[in-house]
Write a protein that binds this ligand. Structure first.
Ligand code: PNS
Length: 164
């Protein structure tokens, strides 16, 4: 609807973690609609293709009518404008996230003053999880159960099996 409060939750989601899931669920309570926007970044060599990431998010949130899954490239603020979003949602895990996140929030505000960045903290049991650490720990034989959705864990196993 025209006056719905819309938020964009941008990121790489390579792969989706339970920390992301937690933030999306919190965002869905705060806004009428939350658009999970996966950055299409040809510069990075991702583990999961864009198609795989969209599929994972669709399977996890497909039944939640407040959550929309999309991809974007170019400037985030241009995408937010196109979607008529009121807010950009970002998760803050620790003080170490703060500097980078504050820079991005203020640059985005400079570029588009009428969109607000809203920071949310994930549940504390997810505060140390990042996609980068999940990939590293899994690749080295560590347990990631409970840190990512089950289907992400299964996909990580499939990729490992395909490599040997
Ligand atoms: O999950 P990530 O990788 O930390 O997300 C970073 C993301 C996608 C939010 C950021 O890289 C981004 O917004 N990229 C789009 C290009 C852009 O707008 N850059 C200027 C940001 S101030």
């Amino acid at each position: 609807m025209a006056h719905d409060r819309v938020a964009v939750y941008p990121g790489s989601f390579d792969p989706l973690t339970n920390g992301h899931v937690d933030i999306i669920e919190r965002g869905a309570k705060l806004f009428d609609r939350i658009i999970v926007a996966i950055l299409v970044n040809a510069g990075k060599a991702p583990l999961f293709s864009i198609k795989e990431r969209v599929k994972i998010l669709d399977e996890v949130f497909g039944r939640n009518t407040k959550v929309e899954i999309d991809t974007f490239d170019g400037l985030l603020v241009d995408y937010a404008r196109k979607k008529r979003a009121h807010a950009i949602v970002r998760g803050l895990r620790a003080v170490s996230d703060f500097e980078y996140e504050m820079q991005m929030a203020l640059m985005n505000r400079h570029l588009m003053p009428d969109v607000e960045t809203v920071f949310m903290m994930p549940a504390e049991q997810y505060s140390y999880i990042s996609s980068r650490l999940i990939k590293e720990v899994f690749a080295l034989g560590g347990r990631v159960h409970g840190l990512v959705p089950d289907m992400v864990e299964a996909r990580l196993r499939d990729k490992q099996a395909a490599r040997v």
